[in-house]
Write a protein that binds this ligand. Structure first.
Ligand code: ZN
Length: 158
């Protein structure tokens, strides 16, 4: 189990034989890799952690005032605008959005769970639908602010 014993012994908790937090590259830092394959729709793991009231690095939002601090597993999920996993923050389960092959990194969409990010950042996920800049779902994208400025609107003939 990647989780310490204090969180109990849920059979869905991630095992060292199936997952690891690994260094990806200098730009991205660490991410979660899976050593086995999963089918689309499969529940791949259950998350655990400490419930904290504030947004930190490695937290995932449960409600606007409670966040799961998981420095063992889910706190290291990488972001993609075309994710391969989806998080249910009520059941604390992780589901495969498509078939996942062994030795793949797990990618969620941070805007799926987060109203506000600990830190916004430029995205280089390479997906055709890449938003280019990652924000929480309730945060306004900087490009939208630029578009709403009067000077910008005049130049926008679309
Ligand atoms: Zn992206």
């Amino acid at each position: 189990m990647l989780y310490p014993d204090q969180f109990g012994k849920d059979p869905l908790f991630p095992k060292h034989s199936d997952f690891a937090v690994v260094f990806k590259d200098e730009l991205i830092g660490r991410g979660v890799i899976t050593y086995r394959s999963f089918a689309e729709g499969e529940v791949i793991a259950r998350m655990a952690g400490h419930i904290v009231p504030d947004i930190r690095q490695h937290t995932l939002q449960i409600t606007p005032n409670s966040h799961l601090f998981d420095p063992y597993f889910s706190g290291f999920f990488l972001h993609s605008c075309a994710p391969n996993i989806s998080l249910n923050m009520v059941t604390l389960t992780v589901t495969a959005l498509r078939d996942i092959t062994a030795n793949s990194f797990l990618y969620m969409d941070y805007a799926e769970t987060e109203d506000v990010l600990y830190k916004q950042f430029p995205c280089s996920c390479g997906a055709p639908n890449c938003r280019g800049w990652v924000t929480g779902r309730k945060e306004v994208h900087p490009a939208a602010i630029a578009r709403s400025e009067p000077g910008q609107l005049k130049q926008d003939h679309r």
